[in-house]
Design a protein around this ligand. Structure first.
Ligand code: AQP
Length: 326
């Protein structure tokens, strides 16, 4: 049985990459017979490892929670928490810090990339991000994590930490597996060699209005040659757009290739824009409903956090007992 944990940093507007790589799967897993428990988190302590505005941050955290609810995270099936409201996350991370070699963290690609984009943010929190992520997952004895492909090295570190803890203090944690979707790496619409990100300016946010979506897709770069075929190596830009079209429309890549055989990029992009607009419409409608009652959203979070604290406390007590801390 799968015990699921996953999270999103409230570092900006949640975009189609986050949705297709993770959130869409989150919703599907709620109805999977193999699912035993689910915790989805706004990982606000991870969010402060890169530049953020404290005046905006509280709102960004609630915006992320709204996005979770609007895409279909159901509080009756999943716990929906703010990481910083369950203090056991950082407590377990501290314990894991004492068994994690710094060299495991320094070589991670995400650390190097984030450091390159904000060199002044070279602090312990950025380096330590994967240790906190290991704590997030293992705190609930989770064994399955739906994430985008960029998170694979962090899942590997989680397993290394779990293995090391087990060998030092006795069997405690099970191996963790990542769950990837078909669209595990949606690329930037302007630079298809980079992944779409919240901090980039070209991501399609789940909250973008129809005109903004049409404009972003119209401006998306394309590859040389006019063929509309899926070939991620030689045609990364059009393949990325085709992948988005395929997942949101349910049409196969082969059918799409056939449909656009004698059509140009502009016809293809117009149709894709309408697919995205149509797909996001009900999500945006639900978001409006939830945002009309933020007290209810707060209640969903606090109820979930109470339950999460009970689960987390049990794991932490077991960990501490094994380490001679109780
Ligand atoms: N482009 C992407 N394609 C597929 N999946 C993606 N994810 C992120 N970008 C893509 C997945 O979304 C989940 C939440 O991501 P995150 O908030 O934990 O952190 P991130 O990977 O740092 O996300 P961003 O969007 O790139 O934000 P910024 O710009 O703030 O760094 C994860 O499961 C992630 O894999």
């Amino acid at each position: 049985m799968n015990r699921i944990f996953s999270g999103v940093r409230p570092s900006g507007k949640i975009h189609l990459g986050n949705y297709l790589g993770a959130l869409k799967k989150w919703v599907e897993l709620q109805d999977d017979k193999q699912t035993e428990s689910i915790i989805y988190a706004v990982v606000d302590y991870h969010g402060i490892t890169t530049p953020f505005d404290p005046k905006e941050y509280k709102m960004q955290i609630m915006e992320a929670a709204l996005d979770f609810l609007s895409v279909g995270v159901n509080p009756e099936k999943s716990l929906l928490i703010r990481q910083s409201h369950v203090p056991q996350h950082t407590e377990l991370a501290w314990i894991f810090n004492t068994i994690t070699p710094v060299s495991w963290l320094e070589r991670l690609p995400n650390y190097k990339e984030k450091l390159a984009s904000s060199p002044k943010y070279n602090h312990m929190g950025l380096l330590d991000y994967p240790v906190l992520m290991a704590a997030d997952i293992l705190l609930y004895k989770s064994n399955a994590v739906p994430v985008g492909e960029d998170q694979k090295p962090h899942i590997d570190i989680t397993n290394e930490i779990a293995k090391k803890f087990n060998s030092m203090f006795g069997e405690t944690f099970e191996p963790v597996k990542p769950i990837f979707t078909e669209a595990a790496r949606i690329m930037s619409l302007q630079e298809p060699s980079k992944k779409m990100s919240k901090t980039g300016d070209d991501g399609i946010a789940l909250t973008d209005d129809p005109d903004a979506i049409r404009e972003k897709i119209k401006r998306a770069v394309t590859d040389s040659g006019s063929e509309i075929i899926y070939d991620s190596k030689n045609k990364p830009a059009i393949s990325n757009l085709l992948m988005i079209y395929h997942v949101l429309s349910g049409k196969s890549l082969e059918d799409l290739t056939e449909q656009y055989q004698n059509k140009n990029y502009s016809q293809f992009k117009n149709d894709l824009a309408e697919i995205v607009v149509g797909y996001l419409e009900p999500i945006q409608k639900r978001r409006k409903e939830f945002s009309g009652d933020m007290d209810a959203v707060e209640k969903i979070l606090t109820n979930s956090e109470k339950k999460a604290i009970d689960m987390a406390s049990a794991t932490l007590a077991g960990v501490k007992a094994k380490m001679g801390l109780l």
